[in-house]
Design a protein around this ligand. Structure first.
Ligand code: C5P
Ligand code: MG
Length: 190
């Protein structure tokens, strides 16, 4: 199986590029952010809890997002592979993903990290906030916190995957189709 972890700070373009990569390589797209937002829309207990955390720009507890991914991996819709978008967000989540994939006799093929500088990220998120309806895109303080949380809790995953020889940097600035072509090229070289 081809299992891609699409990685990068908030606003790096993970969601946009994951759709493209899923189509190109016929992968199942798993976005924990989208799954959490579906829970919020459906007004479930989990959704109410997630809403509070997400609107502050914080992270939902590992056990919850891991269970969500586990449920998706146990629903066999693909033999080709998955693209993980916005997951893992912490080292424990990455370890859990490795264990879950191992149970399915599979593993993470590569971690593709979209490189975008902080000023560009803030600009993109503020712009997205004008139309996305996402409470976490709405104000500069929440955006700043999301980037800080990324640097503190999520960026350590770069080392986690680098140690396994799976970390690939991709320049995340430019036209959407240019960036998509860079990602495709990196996957084809695997
Ligand atoms: O991945 P995305 O940017 O769509 O996630 C939106 C929000 O969902 C994050 O800022 C975070 O609050 C929450 N989230 C999380 N844990 C994940 C994925 C998303 O807490 N693994
Ligand atoms: Mg996203």
């Amino acid at each position: 199986m081809l299992n891609l972890v699409l990685f990068g700070p908030p606003g790096a373009g993970k969601g946009t590029q994951a759709i493209y990569l899923a189509r190109t390589f016929n992968l199942v797209h798993l976005s924990t952010g989208d799954l959490l937002r579906q829970e919020i829309t459906a007004k479930t207990d989990l959704g109410r809890m997630a809403d509070e955390i997400i609107s502050k720009g914080e992270l939902v507890p590992d056990s919850i997002v891991i269970s969500m991914i586990e449920a998706k991996l146990n629903t066999p819709k693909t033999t080709v592979g998955f693209i993980f978008d916005g997951f893992p967000r912490t080292v424990p989540q990455a370890k859990a993903l490795d264990e879950l994939l191992q149970k399915h006799n599979s593993k993470v093929s590569v971690m593709l990290c979209l490189e975008v500088d902080k000023l560009e990220l803030i600009g993109r998120l503020l712009k997205r906030g004008l139309t996305s309806g996402r409470c976490d895109d709405a104000d500069a303080a929440t955006i700043e916190n999301r980037i800080n949380v990324y640097n503190e809790k999520t960026a350590p995953l770069i080392n986690y995957y680098a140690e396994q020889g799976k970390y690939h940097q991709i320049q995340g600035i430019g036209e959407i189709d240019e960036i998509a072509a860079r990602l495709k090229e990196a996957v084809l070289k695997l």
